[in-house]
Design a protein around this ligand. Structure first.
Ligand code: SF4
Length: 293
């Protein structure tokens, strides 16, 4: 029997791995294998540019080694398609919108994300198909206080939530991750410059999501991190807005374009530079004043 844990790097799926380790002897029978599956979505496979924040991918690789030492098999899966393939896909005949035939697809839709289908779920499904004869129990990171998600989980055969089994709510999952030093750097990211009502440019707030950086739900701080860490990939992403495609908006619920975001990020960085030099100037003045007194 294969015990397959779907891992996203977030607190709930990481805590599921930790609970599995704690209850290893009661969950495993002789001949069983415990497997961790992480689907890495790629932005540009040829250039090796991940769709995940580089700090998060680093966390995945570092912790994967520890899980292997504990006896888990860890598989980092990749789909054949990457984000750029998806964007440039030429659309076939469509009864709903015939004028889209022959056009490039463009940005994935909010809500019905084709990237999730093609780049995240597909390699997972292929892996499970390949191993189905061995018998698979799937473990998903749904916490004991997520009743709606648990209800839909219970309708699936051979799928288990260890967090629900052992009574771990979301905050307990986070506490367990902290205990093992297994908290993803995603929780250190700070949202800035996004609070319209306070009219403050800087508004620190911890990030909660852990998806792709090109997601329609991506926050400004996630884009800023990519601008700083993968500058070429960021420039490629922003330039996609210049192409003629069937779906031209990176986020169909927002008026803000990627070019707007690009400008905002540059402003944010420049403002921080000014603030740092203000502090230096202030420090120098203080020392001067002190010496003069
Ligand atoms: S994080 Fe966003 S872009 Fe990535 S698969 Fe999920 S919905 Fe799609």
């Amino acid at each position: 029997m294969l015990h397959a844990i779907s891992w996203s790097g977030g607190k709930d799926s990481t805590a599921t791995i930790l609970l599995f380790k704690q209850h290893w002897n009661e969950l495993m029978m002789p001949g069983d294998k415990a497997v961790i599956l992480f689907a890495e979505v790629m932005f540009d496979r040829k250039k090796g540019i991940s769709g995940h924040n580089p700090d998060i991918i680093n966390f995945i690789h570092t912790k994967a080694k520890i899980f292997e030492e504990w006896g888990f098999e860890v598989h980092i899966l990749h789909a054949e398609k990457d984000y750029l393939d998806f964007f440039h896909h030429i659309m076939g005949k469509s009864r709903k919108i015939p004028e889209h035939e022959g056009m490039m697809y463009g940005f994935p839709a909010s809500g019905l994300c084709g990237i999730k289908r093609d780049c995240k779920l597909k390699p997972m499904e292929e892996w499970k198909k390949l191993h189905k004869d061995e018998g698979i129990i799937e473990y998903v990171g749904i916490a004991a206080d997520e009743q709606k998600r648990l209800n839909s989980l219970y309708s699936k055969p051979n799928t288990v939530s260890l967090l629900a089994t052992y009574g771990y709510a979301e905050e307990d999952a986070m506490a367990l991750c902290k205990e093992y030093d297994m908290v993803s750097p995603q929780y250190d990211m700070i949202r800035e410059g996004e609070n319209k009502s306070s009219k403050k440019f800087f508004f620190p707030k911890t990030m909660k999501r852990d998806g792709c950086w090109f997601c329609p739900n991506a926050k400004l701080c996630e884009h800023k991190a990519i601008y700083e860490k993968y500058p070429d990939a960021w420039a490629t992403y922003v330039a996609l807005e210049n192409e003629t495609v069937a779906y031209p908006k990176w986020n169909c619920f927002s008026k803000e374009t990627l070019h707007d975001r690009d400008l905002k990020i540059k402003e944010l960085i420049a403002k921080k530079d000014i603030e740092v030099s203000d502090i230096e100037e202030f420090k120098q003045l203080s020392i001067f004043d002190y010496l003069a007194s």
